[in-house]
Structures are given as structure tokens and as C-alpha cells.
Write a protein that binds this ligand. Sequence first.
Ligand code: PMP
Length: 362
Amino acid sequence: MARVHNFNAGPAALPLAALERAQRELLDFEGTGMSIIEHSHRGKAFEGVHNEALSLLRELLSIPDDYHVLFLQGGASHQFAMVPLNLLPADKSADYVLTGGWSEKAYEEAGRVGAVRVAASTAEGKRFARIPKQSELSLDANAAYVHITTNNTLFGTQWHDVPETGAVPLVADMSSDFLWRPIDVRRYALIYAGAQKNIGPSGVTVVVARKDLVERGRKDIPKIFQYRTHAENNSLYNTPPTFAIYLVRNVLAIAKEQGGLAEVERKNRAKAGLLYTTLDELSGFYRAPVERESRSVMNVVFRLPTEDLEKRFVAEAAKQGMVGLAGHRVTGGIRVSLYNAVELASVEVLVNFMKDFAKQSG
Ligand code: PMP
């Protein structure tokens, strides 16, 4: 079996053991004579998987009891609308911190629902090369919430400190750095993340939300868009993406088996450390545009001297079994995504390739 070194930005690499478990269980799930995909979402077999996935998430992230954990659909983009639909009343405005393409999209979508303000932006000519400092945030003390994107998948920046927002609830799009390390959930009022980077396939979106906030949410919007509907029904209001949730369960079970999020963090820091060290050592050839303190542990972006060399880099790496290295179509360059399932051994193969490539071409 030839598995590649998968550096895709999402959908992305999943732990081999999670896929193998799915393979083993596919045709006959726990002796029921059918796959989990063929089970009713109201039956015992799926219910077990669903509740296990939810409780593994609670356990891994130490999610307090006064928070709901929800499995929703529509991706993180759906949350761009659902957050303001629920949490932005007509007499308030919401603060958005713009740190990349996804936070801009979240901001624009919220602007279609109600009043929004930019609390800070690091666009600086569309470079988005850094995360703003606390002192740069101009926060409205009466805002309905403050929205940040904790990891900027396109630009390779990441918040390393949680911003202080006082009494104003903090909402975070954690799509590309969810579950990469332990976090203090209490610092956030609502977290959302598409699964397709760190925790599973596309099709399911995790929302972790403070119960009082969900309770206060608007009631004059369609029921399907209200967090409370999904909370009241244990995320089984309508048919959930059962196979995606099943795979999330497999991934979370492995994370727990392997020592939980402290161990996940240790591995992720080792991978990113190796790659950034290599970039710094070869800075005469590779250029890392992100400000040092804002560097992402999940998505590492860099440039080569010319676009032609970048194309060759991607093509030659592919020949050697490394895929997913082309930067986002908006940014160009190279992007290496180092989500939880990417092994250190893959990064070692990559940095050796980078050294050879620089020697040959530099
Ligand atoms: N936010 C971030 C930070 C992302 O990386 C992405 C997807 N790459 C999205 C939102 C959009 O996610 P989706 O495609 O699940 O709507």
C-alpha cells in the first residue's frame, strides 16, 4: 500500500488507524450485519457512536458542563451566518478582527445580518502577515460579541494568546486549529470548527457554545438556524451526517489512546519546529513572510525566489510522494499543512527534500 505524505489544507490527512478501523467495521458494524452508514440515526448503534464522539470531545477538551457541544452541518461557512443570526440583536453590533480571508468572509456574512465593526485588521495590503497585539484591538464594550479566527489557514498565522475581551463574549472560528492542543474553553463563549482538518472528514461542524448564550439567542429566526434547536435535540433534530460523525469518533478515540491533547501538542510543536528551523536556516532561498510571533503551527507558508521555482518544487515533491504543497489560489507560494494526523516522519522527508532542492536550485 502506497500512502503519500499528505500536506493538504483540508480535507486533510486522517490518522491511518482511524481509517483502518473504518475499513474493518465497514461491512458489518459490531455484528449488526450492516455498515454504520446504513443504520438509522435514531437506532442504538448510531446513538452509541454519536454519544461517544460527543463525550470524547468533552473529555479531550475538558469542556465544562455549562457548554453545549453540537454537531452541525453546512461547514464553518454556515457558522459565518448562524453566529450573527443567533447572537446579534438589532440594537447591538458585533466586533470582528480581520486576520485573513476567512475572517473577512465571516465579517461580510455577519454584515448581511446586522451591524458589524472592524475591531482590528492586519490586512496591510492583503498581506495578513501577523496577528494584532491586544493594544491594537479597538473593542466596543457594548458589542454583542467579538469574533476572531484563531488560525488563518491561507496566510499561515495563528493567535498564540487569547485576546482579552472583558465582559463581551468571544467567538472563535477554530476550523484549522481545533483540537491541536489543550485550551481553556472558558475563555470562549462559542467555538466553531469544520471537522475536515484536525478531527475528521468534511460534512460535520463542531460548535461548543456556552449554554446561557444559546438560551439568549434570537427566537425569531427559522428553527433550523437556532442553536437551541440542536442543543435541545442532542444534535439529532434532523438526520446528522452519520458517517462523518462516526469517523470523528474514530479519530477522537485514537487521540485519547495516544495520550490526549498534551501529547498531540508536543507532536505538533516538534513538526512545526523542524520545518521553521529549516526555513530559517535556508532563508537565503526560502522566504517565510509571516512575522515570527504569529507563525502558525498548523499551516506553514513560504515563498521561493520565483513562481517558476515554486511550480517545480511542487511537481518534484509530488514525484517523491509529497502532496498538497501548493499555496492557496489567493496567496500563491507554498503551504504545508501540519494537522494532527501528519507524522513527524513526513516532515523529515519534506525538509530533506527542501535542503536538496535549495542546493540544486539556489
Ligand atoms: N474558516 C477557516 C479558518 C477555514 O480554514 C475554512 C476552510 N478552509 C473555513 C472557515 C470554511 O470552511 P467550510 O469550507 O467548512 O465552510
